[in-house]
Design a protein around this ligand. Structure first.
Ligand code: FNR
Length: 385
């Protein structure tokens, strides 16, 4: 049995990941905020986008290579920033970085990941991006931005949609704290996952390695979390402007949900923005992310690139997002399910599943290139009716 027979879909990888991860880590990765209505809404809005294919177009071999910010990637999707990836699977960031290099897609390292930009960037073959939760302290902001640039990273993703940490009820029930603390409950969860436990022993305890220069280890022993102090800022647009002036490379604003914030991102000099609701993890009262893409595309036109995430689980979803007006897609959970399910081979396998699904669906539809799909509602069922 090959990997593609055993795990032909992201859902297969998620099932396997759940069996390999301690319960608290699974709940952290998989959950949304509140009642998780938005997680479902992200999915149902994507599922509702239906296409009517064109047939008799002869042989089609879709070209999936996609240019973004002057680089050609092998597909129109990449790996979204996921904090504490190393908790999901030990060394996950390193696995994702190598897959980004081998499959030629971008990997965006989170500020609150367990490995540093200095370690990760060299593994990606030039495909590393760095995600910044803008620290309230100007000196730390400047230092983090400078470190990413010195590590050879030229794309900075500034996340704006976390004004405060969110309440994730499943995570609370599972006893996960940030940073993770050892309690009888978490020890019990770990004891039931010996492969994860052993791998963690070998790799070392997951820590916020990028941020360690900015706090004293003793801070972790106190009740509050230093992570909140360092990155728990409430960014405003002047801070985004300041980051723009500090950063010579490509700047992307992540978490844009309104035309107004899209316009402000462009005014601050953003080269791209990510239409996202953080995968339904922040504010359960909002709309599906995909429903916002057409309006934001109309607002910004060609003035900046539009990336999309939140709910993508297969190649068909990538087709959907591009047809709604996105230029590029990111996936968070899907890649981590792959890594937790299959370890070192997992991220590349997630890519292979997505790429094959994308290719197949493009042929089903009669689309020969990414340009054929982008902002092309002519395929949509309603337009053809
Ligand atoms: C995230 N996301 C996220 N975003 C960000 O800008 N910085 C971060 O540190 C994190 N951390 C994080 C942890 C976990 C466990 C998840 C699942 C997500 C959001 C992420 O970048 C992306 O927006 C969503 O994951 C997209 O939704 P899907 O693809 O997971 O459905």
């Amino acid at each position: 049995m090959t990997l593609s027979n055993r795990y032909p879909s992201v859902a297969d990888l998620a099932r396997k990941a759940k069996r390999r991860m301690p319960h608290f880590a699974w709940e952290y990765l998989d959950s949304g905020t509140g009642a998780e209505r938005l997680v479902d809404e992200n999915r149902s809005a994507l599922d509702a986008i239906r296409f009517v294919p064109d047939f008799c177009k002869g042989a089609i071999e879709p070209v999936l290579e996609t240019e973004l910010f002057g680089k050609t990637y092998s597909a129109p999707f990449g790996i979204a920033p996921v904090g504490m990836s190393g908790l999901m699977w030990p060394g996950a960031e390193l696995i994702l970085a190598r897959a980004a290099r081998d499959r030629n897609i971008p990997y965006c390292l989170s500020t609150v990941a367990c490995e540093t930009p200095e370690e990760v960037a060299p593994l990606t073959g030039g495909n590393a991006w760095f995600q910044l939760y803008p620290p309230p302290d100007a000196q730390i902001r400047k230092d983090l931005v400078g470190r990413a640039w010195s590590a050879g990273i030229t794309t900075l993703v500034v996340t704006i949609d976390v004004p405060i940490g969110s309440r994730r009820e499943r995570q609370l029930r599972a006893g996960l704290t940030v940073p993770p603390r050892i309690t009888p409950l978490t020890l019990w969860h770990v004891a039931k996952r010996p492969v994860w436990a052993l791998a963690t022993l070998v790799h070392g305890q997951p820590r916020f390695r990028t941020l360690t220069p900015y706090f004293d280890a003793s801070e972790f022993k106190s009740a509050g979390t230093p992570v909140g102090r360092i990155v728990g800022g409430r960014p405003d647009w002047s801070m985004i402007e300041e980051i723009r002036s500090l950063w010579q490379g490509t700047l992307i604003v992540k978490g844009v949900m309104s035309r107004g914030d899209a316009e402000r991102s462009v005014a601050c000099g953003a080269d791209g923005l990510v239409v996202s609701n953080h995968g339904g993890r922040q504010f359960d009262g909002g709309p599906s992310a995909i429903s916002l893409v057409p309006g934001i595309r109309e607002q910004v036109g060609d003035r900046c690139k539009i990336l999309f995430d939140s709910g993508i689980r297969g190649g068909l979803d990538v087709v959907r997002a591009l047809s709604m007006g996105a230029d590029f897609c990111l996936l968070g959970r899907a890649f981590l399910y792959g890594v937790a399910a299959l370890g070192a081979r997992g991220a590349a396998h997630t890519y292979d599943v997505l790429r094959e699904d994308l290719r197949n669906n493009m042929i089903q539809l009669g689309a020969g290139s990414i340009a054929d799909l982008k902002n092309q509602t002519r395929w949509h069922m309603e337009e053809k009716a």
